[in-house]
Design a protein around this ligand. Structure first.
Ligand code: UDP
Length: 195
């Protein structure tokens, strides 16, 4: 898919179904390799003006989708291009619906208890396997421990919901240690799944 540049950040012109196809391929279609996915929203662009590590994390992502209409609008204004939306929640739900019991998911982030509840609900509703859960309130000196926990879990999909910047920089910095085929920063998604 073509890639645009929006305020010096990459943005892939890719629809939700195309995104699901690509991520399915990374998870089940060949040799296991680590990939990161960013779902771009306007808040990220604002934070990137003062946070070079956030910029680098987005620039190194394998896929950057438009999370919402704000990004779609910006791409239309700046590039006269219609970029389809592929929001984080729809990507996560789509992968779970598509793969069900063959999919192992690690739920990382949110306040203590939320990831467990999100995992229980997702397992009930979609039959997915829960590779593991961990809350999102740990210090930087615990990053390696958490990354190794995820690496040992055998997950195909890592949902990292620790807020903008923290979730993207964590995924990008630890990607080779974690080695999960699809790692996606997905903000409030665990809270929504937890209901
Ligand atoms: N969160 C987290 N660790 C943090 C900060 C936030 O796990 O250090 C979680 C928070 O509990 C919520 C999600 O990240 O489930 C998104 O948080 P918020 O809406 O504050 O972040 P934003 O995406 O707006 O930056």
């Amino acid at each position: 898919s073509p890639r645009l540049s929006l305020f010096d950040l990459p943005l892939d012109v890719i629809s939700l179904p195309q995104t699901l196809d690509r991520l399915s391929g990374w998870m089940f279609g060949g040799p296991r390799a680590a990939h990161t996915v960013v779902t771009l929203n306007p808040e990220f662009i604002v934070q990137c003006q003062t946070q070079p590590d956030f910029v680098r994390a987005i620039q190194s992502a394998d896929l950057v989708t438009a999370d919402g209409v704000g990004i779609v609008w910006a791409a239309r204004q700046l590039h006269q291009t219609e970029v389809p939306r592929a929001p984080g929640f729809d990507i996560v739900k789509g992968l779970m619906e598509r793969h069900g019991a063959e999919l192992r998911v690690f739920f990382l982030g949110s306040k203590p208890g939320v990831a467990e509840l999100a995992a229980q609900n997702a397992a009930r509703d979609h039959g997915i396997q829960v590779a593991g859960t961990h809350h999102g309130y740990f210090d930087l000196d615990e990053d390696q421990r958490v990354a190794e926990l995820v690496a040992a879990s055998g997950a195909h999909l890592l949902l990292t919901a620790m807020g903008a910047r923290r979730q993207e920089t964590f995924n990008q910095y630890w990607r080779q240690v974690i080695g999960v085929p699809v790692m996606i920063g997905c903000g409030g998604v665990l809270d929504v799944l937890a209901g």
